[in-house]
Design a protein around this ligand. Structure first.
Ligand code: SAM
Ligand code: DTB
Ligand code: SF4
Length: 331
């Protein structure tokens, strides 16, 4: 089941039970196994840097129970129109100067209207022209839209499974887990790399976390990027008062993602600042090799760039260059 020689297209499905068995290992054994898989596929001291920008903020029709941007909850967030292309280019240029290699543009939509997609396609072209990898997350796609994004030069589409399929209905009711799979299939068919992960700490059981990892690892081909988000509790949302997750359970989740998806970039995403330096260091040991980098996520704060530089110096980590990765041949 954890044969390191698996090749894309021949991925055996991971079962929830098999991932639960990983979670149940003694912590040191789990981390050792994850670190070994990490070293077999990547330079363990290199971390890929992606910077986020919300290009259309707030007012979303969907009811995702964790989200600051749903119009259904009073989160105090100010709605904003779709940004202009030059505003996005300025932010992307700054991200590149800080050392990011990928620029991820997020929109608070159920899915894009064709007219808005044209503007996003222009953003993708312009960001790509700066020499950055491009990523967008726009919600559910309709037939033909993924092809238009691909033609604009899109490298990655982020669309998370978010939680195990058994728990999905507890988190969102305005779309279904199957809708997420449908958009992911369209992204793949258009030849765009898949960025797909989830959120933990939403009150789900360990079994649900194991199901999420198994369902991500069973996507065929597996996602090239896997963001692991820790719930950021947004006042006004139904999840504002969820209990804190044990940080070691977050580390275990990272390790399970690394073991089951050996070639993926596993990204420490939302909630990273709240983990603190020592837990982040454990996550890097457990196989995380990507972060969201920049002082802001979409609507909430992220670890400060200066703090990340100091952490990298303390741990001897270096940022990944796009060139280095091409040589390594990983996504
Ligand atoms: N509307 C699009 C969608 O739902 O795919 C794109 C934007 S949405 C904000 C992107 C992802 O951010 C979500 O799928 C979720 O995994 C993550 N996210 C959003 N709010 C979060 C929160 N409060 N805590 C942790 N992760 C969050
Ligand atoms: C992902 O998995 N996490 C990012 C990105 N993909 C789009 C978003 C995190 C959002 C955190 C809450 C906020 O800032 O609104
Ligand atoms: Fe938030 Fe995306 Fe859900 Fe809209 S679809 S509420 S932006 S997570």
């Amino acid at each position: 089941m954890n044969d390191l020689s698996r090749i894309p297209g021949e991925t055996p499905a991971w079962t929830t039970e098999a991932v639960e068995a990983l979670y149940a290992l003694p912590f040191n054994d789990l981390i050792y196994q994850a670190a070994s898989v990490h070293r077999a596929h990547f330079d363990p001291n290199t971390v890929q840097l992606s910077t986020l920008l919300s290009v259309k903020t707030g007012g979303c029709s969907e009811d995702c129970g964790y989200c600051a941007q749903s119009a259904r909850y009073d989160t105090g967030l100010k709605r904003e129109r779709l940004l202009a292309v030059d505003e996005v280019v300025a932010a992307a240029r700054a991200a590149k100067e800080s050392g990011a290699t990928r620029f991820c543009m997020g929109a608070a939509w159920r899915g894009p209207k064709d007219q808005d997609l044209e503007t996003v396609a222009a953003m993708v072209r312009a960001v790509k022209d700066l020499g950055l990898e491009t990523c967008v997350t726009l919600g559910m796609l309709k037939p033909g839209q993924a092809e238009r994004l691909k033609a604009a030069g899109l490298d990655y589409y982020n669309h998370n499974l978010d939680t195990g399929s058994d728990y999905y209905g507890e988190v969102v009711t305005t779309h279904r887990h199957a809708d997420r799979l449908d958009t992911l299939a369209q992204v793949r068919a258009a030849g765009i790399h898949v960025c797909c992960g989830g959120i933990i700490g939403m009150g789900e059981s360990r079994r649900v976390r194991a199901q999420l990892i198994a369902e991500l690892a069973s996507l065929d081909p597996q996602p090239e990027s896997v963001p692991i988000n820790l719930l950021v509790k947004i006042p006004g949302t139904p999840m504002a008062a969820r209990d804190d997750l044990d940080p070691l359970e977050f580390v275990r989740t990272v390790a399970c993602a690394r073991i089951t998806m050996p070639r993926a970039h596993v990204r420490l995403s939302a909630g990273r600042r709240e983990l603190g330096e020592a837990v982040q260091a454990l996550c890097f040991l457990a196989g995380a090799n990507s972060i969201f980098y920049g002082d802001k996520l979409l609507t909430t704060g992220n670890a400060e760039v200066e703090a990340d530089r100091q952490l990298f110096a303390k741990l001897g980590l270096k940022p990944e260059s796009t060139e280095g990765r091409r040589c390594a041949g990983a996504g």
